[in-house]
Ligand binder design. Structure first.
Ligand code: NAD
Ligand code: TYD
Length: 335
């Protein structure tokens, strides 16, 4: 039985990953979830596993060596999801991004170096490559991150690599495309637009809305990460993608059509600063190992939209009070 230390396990992808682990391994896994519970961390995401004997939640910061050290010592595998993850916030206030995404990763890597682990998975992102108009990025392409968020992720990505080269720490780095699914904080495109539409509010599309993202269902990302723990080669980077490139307008239309809401809710607003036009990754490397995403885009999108319809109590709280005020004040748009 392996012990997994999952950092950022109370966030969107981390909580889906913990569900995935229990679904896959049942009682034959021990999961420690280390999460600071920032605005993006929500223990409600894990209500159904909270009392399991093979699960433990630790509230703590990955930047704090004394918190991290004993947990890494206990772990066979570390999967580092913990991060500040929203590009818009990184434009207004980059500090926390540098602290958590770079320094936090450093603290985890140092603990792993001290104690030794079977695998250290650094969850990076396709955004580290920057924007691409034609074609798709390969793992060997140069990194040209363009937001403080993606630059902080690139820093951690390369730092993790250096721990493989310098100390032979068995690090694997994943660069996944945009995820969608349940439990995503309603400030990101899909949950923001679904919940706004449900409240008959406008959907604020940046610029001309023709920016392209490659969307992957979150459980496919989780499956790829776990696959790489067993089949990936230490020191290697792996792109992960869904193969579903869509413009933001296409995503918005799909949401409005599913919810039978008027397309006049679409509102074009001032573009995001430094807004990357298109992300696209070449996934031949992970495909060659035998991994492909399972979920079909349209069906997974529909079930995701329906999840937000059915779980109003989950997002209703997040879209009220102080967060709404924060959003209005900082981004001049409704959350
Ligand atoms: P999220 O913002 O929903 O969750 C981040 C979690 O990390 C939260 O639970 C938060 O409380 C926790 N956290 C933040 N700072 C921390 C700290 N200092 N110590 C401990 N915990 C801390 O993010 P997400 O969308 O689930 O993304 C998870 C990871 O996947 C991130 O590393 C992100 O860069 C990466 N990623 C995300 C996507 C995507 O589409 N969402 C795509 C590729 C990669
Ligand atoms: P987002 O979900 O923030 O992910 P990322 O910027 O990391 O790809 O945004 C996805 C796309 O949607 C991106 O091109 C920006 C756009 N977008 C809007 O047009 N309006 C919004 O309110 C948000 C949050 C995003």
């Amino acid at each position: 039985m392996k012990t997994y230390l999952v950092t950022g396990g109370a966030g969107f992808i981390g909580s889906n990953y913990i569900h995935y682990l229990f679904q896959k391994y049942g009682d034959d896994v021990y999961v420690i979830n280390l999460d600071k519970l920032t605005y993006a961390g929500n223990l409600e995401n894990l209500d159904d596993v909270a009392t399991k004997k093979n699960y433990r939640f630790v509230r703590g910061d990955i930047c704090q060596a004394d918190v991290v050290d004993p947990l890494v010592k206990e772990a066979d595998v570390v999967v580092n999801f913990a991060a500040e993850s929203h590009v818009d916030r990184s434009i207004g206030a980059p500090d926390a991004f540098i602290k958590t995404d770079v320094y936090g990763a450093f603290i985890l890597l140092e603990a792993a170096r001290r104690h030794g682990v079977e695998k250290f998975i650094q969850i990076s992102t396709d955004e580290v490559y920057g924007s691409i108009i034609d074609g798709s990025f390969k793992e060997t392409d140069i990194l040209e991150p363009s937001s403080p968020y993606s630059a902080s992720k690139a820093g951690a990505d390369r730092l993790a690599y250096s721990y493989f080269v310098t100390y032979q720490l068995p690090v694997i780095i994943t660069r996944c495309s945009n995820n969608f699914g349940p439990y995503q904080y309603p400030e990101k495109l899909i949950p923001l637009f679904v919940t706004n539409a449900l409240e008959d509010k406008s959907l604020p599309i940046y610029g001309d809305g023709k920016n392209v993202r490659d969307w992957i269902y979150v459980l496919d990302h989780c499956d790829a990460v776990d696959f790489l723990i067993y089949h990936g080669k230490p020191g290697q980077v792996y792109n992960i993608g869904g193969g579903n490139e869509r413009t933001n307008i296409e995503i918005t239309d799909l949401i409005l059509t599913y919810l039978k809401k008027p397309h006049t809710l679409k509102t074009f607003i001032q573009d995001r600063l430094g807004h990357d036009r298109r992300y696209s990754v070449d996934t031949a490397k992970i495909t060659a190992l035998g991994w492909v995403p399972e979920h079909k885009f349209e069906r997974a999108m529909n079930s995701t939209i329906q999840w937000y319809v059915d779980n109003r109590s989950w997002w209703g709280k997040l879209k009220s009070g102080e967060y709404r005020e924060f959003y209005k004040a900082n981004y001049n748009k409704e959350l």
